[in-house]
Write a protein that binds this ligand. Structure first.
Ligand SMILES: Nc1ncnc2c1ncn2[C@@H]1O[C@H](COP(=O)(O)OP(=O)(O)OP(=O)(O)O)[C@@H](O)[C@H]1O
Ligand SMILES: [Mg+2]
Length: 261
């Protein structure tokens, strides 16, 4: 087995002491280097909370996250987080926004070429000198993606980054981002509610349950990139994930009804 890149061990989290059940309950998960993982689960099951812990933005009440053998307790430029909204600087151009992480780390000089190439790769060649406010939502998300990749991250953390986009742009970006992570050996963790997105992008889908937030299942997606969404294998995996999800949901519902009676 290859060296593990992300290692989550016995992680439990309470946002406050009065909670009767934890937000995250005894999460254990190992993500090998270069694997693309999707965390899927209903709203409120703790996906974003867990992702923020991987990013070092939040410290768990118990347990720990380790990346490359180091305990995560603060953000690191090598672990890049991309949110639902692209959070760009509105007064800057596309190029300036994309170069931002390099500017901050004092490494833009000498690496201008990398930013140009990334902007070309994400399809923004004609927009480099525009102000980001002149771009569409999908184009802005591409700028954020170029900015994330410019930092040459080892780990890319994505919290529903495409949910605000139209279906066509969304599908296109899902395919591109998965391909880039796969080609560059970036370990990706994606949070989503979307079953198709999970199967389109991930090597492994991890299913979470809510109240308390737990890992309750997983599904391997052994399909080469780029993935053909109309292929029988793809459709079969999507149905399998949906069925698994439904089964878990029904069991949860039954448990809640039993508690209530
Ligand atoms: N800062 C906070 N303080 C207190 N409770 C919080 C805080 N952030 C989240 N929570 C609670 O923790 C639980 C998990 O929230 P989280 O945002 O991780 O869920 P999620 O799975 O990402 O949901 P969604 O799919 O809606 O984004 C929710 O019940 C939420 O209300
Ligand atoms: Mg969330």
């Amino acid at each position: 087995m290859s060296a593990s890149n992300i290692w989550i061990s016995d992680l439990t989290h309470y946002y406050n002491k009065k909670q009767t059940s934890p937000t995250l309950d005894n999460i254990n998960l190992t993500i090998p280097k270069g694997q693309l993982t999707a965390l899927i689960g209903r709203s409120g099951c703790g996906k974003s909370t867990l992702l923020q812990m991987l990013a070092g933005l939040l410290i768990p009440t118990e347990g720990a996250v380790r990346i490359n053998g180091h305990t995560v307790y603060k953000p690191n430029a090598k672990w890049n987080m991309m949110f639902q909204k692209p959070s760009l600087y509105p007064w800057m151009t596309v190029r300036e926004n994309a170069a931002l992480s390099l500017v901050f780390s004092g490494t833009y000089k000498g690496n201008e070429e990398r930013v140009e190439n990334l902007l070309d790769m994400v399809g923004l060649t004609e927009h480099k000198d525009k102000n980001v406010q002149q771009l569409s939502g999908g184009q802005q998300q591409r700028v954020a993606l170029a900015r994330s990749l410019a930092a040459e991250p080892e780990v890319l953390l994505l919290d529903e980054p495409f949910s605000a986009l139209d279906a066509f742009t969304r599908a296109q970006l899902q395919t591109e981002v998965a391909q880039i992570c796969h080609d560059q050996g970036i370990t990706m963790v994606l949070v989503t509610h979307d079953i198709e997105e999970a199967v389109a992008m991930a090597d492994k889908v991890v299913i979470m349950n809510h109240n308390p937030g737990r890992i309750v299942g997983s599904l391997e997606v052994p399909v080469e990139y780029p993935r053909d969404r109309s292929a029988p294998k793809f459709i079969e995996l999507k149905e399998q994930l949906f069925a698994e999800f439904e089964k878990i949901d029904q069991a949860k519902q039954a448990e809640l009804e039993q508690k209530a009676s």
